[in-house]
Structures are given as C-alpha cells and as structure tokens.
Design a protein around this ligand. Structure first.
Ligand SMILES: Cc1cc2nc3c(=O)[nH]c(=O)nc-3n(C[C@H](O)[C@H](O)[C@H](O)COP(=O)(O)OP(=O)(O)OC[C@H]3O[C@@H](n4cnc5c(N)ncnc54)[C@H](O)[C@@H]3O)c2cc1C
Length: 425
C-alpha cells in the first residue's frame, strides 16, 4: 500500500458530514458533465449513466480504470488511468474540481475549471490538498467495443526474444494509431520456459455491432477459478516453485479471446482478476523513446528471472503493459510533461509468503534510476523522497509546494513522504 496514498498514522477524517450513503453521489450538471461527489465509485458513475440519458442520449465515460469499485476522486488523486494512447489519464476527463475548506487554511470551497491556473496541478491531489468535494467529468455518447486477445509464443535465445518483445510492443502502439482502436494492452508471463515466452496482445475496437451472446474466457470471468488458482499458486510457490512459470504461461494462454463485443464500461473493466487480493507496483515510463521503454520491459523480465533463479522468489501474475496518451495534468501526475506514457504493472498475490516487497522494491528502484519510471501513487511504493525527486521538474514541485503551503499552512493533511518530496515544512 502506498505510503503517499495511505500515510502513517493515516485516517484523517475528511469531512464530519459525508453525504449519506443513500443520497445519490452522481448527477449531471447543467452543462452535461457527470458530477461525482466525494466517495462516489465508478460503479455508481456507470450505473447512473446507464439509467439517465442526457437530453435523450445515452452517455458513458471515454475511459475508466480496470476496477469499478474504486472511487472516482481517489483514482484521480493517485494519477490513475485506463488504457489507450488516444486518451489521457482520468485527469484528462475532468472539467472541474471542487476543493473543500481546510481548518486554518483554505476558508471556502474552491472550484477550479479546466484551463484555470492551478487546475492541472491539483488533479493529482494525493489527499494532500484536503477534501475534494466533487469532480465533474466529460462524458461521450455511449459506445461499444470489440475486444480480442491474441496469444503469442516468443521463441529463441534471449536476444531473439528481446527483439520479438520489442516488435510486440511496437505492434500495440501502431494498432492504437488507428482511430478505430480505443486501446490495446499486453500481458506477459514473466518467466521463459524452454526458451519460450508467452504473451497476449489485447485490442479494443470501436464497433456498432450488438453485444456478443458469449462471454469472456473463464480465466478472466470466473472468480471461483481465480480463487482456486490463487490457492494452487500459493501452494506451488511454497512447495514446488519450479511449476510457477508453466502455470503463468498457461494462465496467459487461457486469456485468448475471439472478437467479443461489450458495452464500453464492461470492456474497460478487467473483471474477476481484480477481485483477488494482490500486491503490485506500477511504473509510468515515457514512451517517446519506444526503444528505451521496451528495454524497461526486457529488464523487468530479466530481473524477475534472476531473482527466481537465485532466490526462488516468484511473482504469481502476468506483467501488464498499458498505455496513456497526452494530458495537461501537471504537478505530481505520473504523466506530467510526457506526450505518451507506457505503464508496466508487476502484480503478485498478496500472500506474505510470496515476500512481494523483497521482489518488487528493488525493481521499482531500478525503474526509477534507469528509466525515470514514475510510480503509480495508488500502488505499492518503496521509493524515498530523494529517489522520487529527480523524476519531476523542480518548477512543478515548487508550484505544487506553493499551493499546499497556501491552502494548508498548518499541515492538517501533512504526509511525511509527500512533504519531504515537496520540501515542505
Ligand atoms: C483491484 C484494483 C484495480 C486497480 N486498477 C487500476 C486501474 O485500472 N487504473 C488505475 O489507475 N489504478 C488502478 N488501481 C489503483 C487505484 O487507482 C488506487 O488504488 C487508488 O488509490 C484507488 O482510489 P480509492 O479512492 O478507491 O482509494 P484510496 O486509496 O482510499 O484513495 C486514493 C487517495 O486519494 C485520497 N482521496 C480519496 N478520496 C478523496 C477525497 N474525496 N478528497 C481528498 N482525498 C481523497 C485518499 O486519501 C488517498 O490518498 C487499482 C486498484 C485496485 C485495488
């Protein structure tokens, strides 16, 4: 759990009178934006859009994170994203944000609209700017997506595999240059077996076809199957770790999907895998240098192989690659100042016997040091302020520091790691 999103001692109560759970926390504004109050989840947002057309037209979000139980304001505040080079992170969908009063600081609610000074900086708020009372999101006409997932086997020695992996990432990028493609992602089983790496390339095309009669493969849909896999993997890792690579390759093979048409909100929801207790790091890497970005993936796989061979420590889930397009989001956004970003997510089961931190912390350091890989604030975070600082422009940190110092002069929402990063206090 991120020390920035959940600072010790934690538990600052944002508002003494949070809106009642029964009152709707999502509505349309007069201008047709989707207004989400503090605490509203993506489930509430998508359910509202399903039930309430705007001026007779059904609407939806252009993008959303892969898990709808998360809150809109929390995902925004952690620099969250969906996938697709045509779309920025969630911050890019925000038309307005309302920051509530802070004792001894900001005295009234402050509403900022897109284009106003500070707007781009406060979106990745990290809970440090006090209560965010509401955000207003852009919506688009409802659309459907045709999802397909092609499984690929990459053969050969390490150098050949590296070339083929790079080609695969380039394929995912090129696919997204087509305006008919909403997004693409890649999952990679992290360990080679018999010199084979198994990967899957998922693409989502806009379509007018009706929703398919069939469903996603069981491996992506059945929570029971995934729970069983969770138990099996935990046992295998403890007793016969050598079986983990083969199991992971099989898991990726089982995600193969022929063209499946879904409503956008369902296509963008990853489904059952997100219901497992996982621990992950996720790193945002500048995609302007594609060769360097793909080297980061190759480095990830080499690192994971090495720690598995040397110390019998395995991760128990595929490595995920997602893409984020241009945004004006600034401040501590993982995407600030970058035209295109590639995310590498390395998840594993949260079972303490898997010693996730021992595997993931050095990898996160390596990403930061060698690839300027900024962490997703809402995932596992092991970096110190000193390690984080070089990845953002000094001027951005200065501007954000000025906003925090002005709005929360007494440090009501102080956060040791964040304040150290911003050189506050
Ligand atoms: C299963 C799963 C799947 C995920 N998938 C994705 C994904 O696809 N894409 C992605 O980008 N991320 C993803 N994440 C990471 C996610 O973005 C973070 O976990 C994020 O912290 C979730 O926000 P939350 O509000 O639900 O939780 P929290 O962690 O409680 O909130 C996040 C931060 O925002 C602050 N905060 C929340 N609400 C307010 C408010 N109203 N005012 C001020 N501060 C506030 C909190 O204090 C905290 O610092 C996933 C996480 C999980 C568990």
């Amino acid at each position: 759990m991120s020390a920035i999103c959940h600072p010790p001692p934690g538990g600052v109560i944002l508002l003494s009178r949070e809106p009642s759970r029964d009152a709707p926390r999502v509505s349309f504004t007069e201008r047709g934006h989707l207004r989400c109050l503090l605490g509203a989840t993506f489930i509430e947002a998508t359910a509202f859009l399903d039930a309430h057309p705007w001026q007779g037209v059904r609407k939806c979000l252009i993008n959303q994170p892969g898990f709808q139980r998360l809150t809109v304001i929390g995902v925004l505040g952690a620099g969250g994203h969906g996938s697709g080079l045509h779309n920025g992170p969630i911050a890019s969908q925000v038309a307005a944000i309302e920051l509530g009063p802070i004792p001894g600081g900001r005295t009234t609610t402050r509403r900022l609209e897109r284009g106003e000074p500070d707007f781009d900086r406060v979106l990745t708020h990290l809970g440090r700017l006090g209560p965010v009372l509401a955000v207003e999101l852009d919506v688009v006409d409802r659309f459907r997506l045709a999802e397909s997932r092609e499984v690929l086997e990459i053969h050969g020695n390490a150098a050949t595999r590296e070339r083929q992996l790079s080609a695969l990432i380039r394929r995912a990028i090129v696919a997204q240059a087509d305006p008919r493609v909403h997004s693409a992602d890649v999952w990679i089983a992290p360990y080679a077996q018999a010199r084979i790496v198994v990967a899957a390339l998922g693409t989502r095309h806009f379509t007018r076809q009706s929703v398919s009669a069939w469903q996603r493969p069981l491996a992506l849909r059945s929570a029971a199957l995934l729970q069983a896999a969770n138990v099996a993997w935990n046992v295998a890792t403890a007793l016969r770790p050598g079986t983990v690579p083969g199991m992971l390759q099989q898991a990726v093979r089982m995600t193969a999907t022929r063209r499946l048409v879904l409503e956008a909100r369902d296509a963008l929801d990853l489904g059952a895998p997100n219901r497992l207790p996982m621990h992950a790091i996720e790193t945002a890497i500048d995609l302007d240098d594609v060769a360097r970005a793909t080297r980061a993936i190759v480095t990830t796989l080499a690192y994971l192989e090495e720690i598995a061979t040397r110390r019998s420590l395995y991760v128990c889930a595929p490595v995920g690659i997602r893409f984020v397009g241009t945004t004006t989001a600034a401040g501590l956004s993982p995407h600030a100042g970058r035209r295109r970003t590639m995310h590498i997510e390395v998840p594993t089961f949260a079972d303490p016997r898997l010693r996730a931190a021992e595997v993931l912390a050095p990898l996160q350091r390596l990403f930061a040091r060698d690839f300027s890989g900024r962490p997703h604030w809402g995932q596992g975070l092991y970096l110190s302020a000193t390690e984080l600082r070089p990845m953002w422009d000094d001027s951005e940190l200065r501007e954000l520091r000025a906003i925090v110092a002005r709005d929360d002069p007494h440090g009501v929402f102080a956060n040791p790691l964040l304040d150290s990063l911003l050189a506050l206090g």
